[in-house]
Design a protein around this ligand. Structure first.
Ligand code: ADP
Length: 159
């Protein structure tokens, strides 16, 4: 069980995501950050933009790789021989959603286990959607996202 995948939209990546990446990379030999595309979702950043930001920001961890996935996540990780899906959980609301997702994935492939990592209280309230809203109003997001992401948000909203 030495490979794991941390999947998400990362639209954009926050300090909360980075904390989970740091902690998961210490638990597994190899961690794949899977930037997913969900046809139902509207993203602020394109897949290429999200991948390139994640790629840049995970550089400090030598065992972390960034990959892009536009198919079913369980099929994708199975092809790469990754048996573990990592998800971060912030609270009960998150948990209810994450639990259902994990059960659904388990139904699709019982050999793939979902492992939950509890969010650090310091990043508990960080949510990509609220950060985008704050950034669109020109609010200070420097304590929530890395400078590279803050700059990218500024350009998206304010040119
Ligand atoms: P998705 O669209 O798959 O929910 P997100 O990018 O919103 O993608 O989240 C990816 C994963 O990161 C999810 O498991 C989510 O619970 C987790 N996550 C998001 N924000 C935080 C945070 N602040 N602290 C810990 N985990 C987080």
């Amino acid at each position: 069980m030495y490979r794991a995948a941390f999947t998400g939209s990362f639209d954009p990546l926050t300090f909360g995501h980075l904390d989970i990446i740091k902690r998961a990379s210490a638990l597994f030999e190899e961690l794949f950050v899977v930037v997913a595309v969900n046809q139902e979702k509207k993203y602020l950043f394109s897949a290429e933009e999200r991948v390139s930001m994640v790629q840049e920001l995970v550089k400090p961890w030598k065992n972390v790789k960034t990959v892009f996935c536009d198919t079913l996540v369980v099929d994708f990780v199975k092809k790469l021989h990754i048996p573990v899906l990592i998800r971060g959980v912030r609270g009960v609301v998150d948990f209810a959603y994450e639990y259902e997702l994990a059960l659904m994935n388990r139904g699709l492939d019982p050999q793939i286990e979902t492992v939950f990592i509890v969010a650090d209280p310091a990043y508990f309230v960080l949510r990509s959607s609220s950060i985008k809203e704050l950034a669109s109003f020109g609010g200070d997001i420097s304590s929530m996202v890395p400078p590279l992401v803050a700059e990218a948000l500024k350009i998206k909203y304010h040119g």
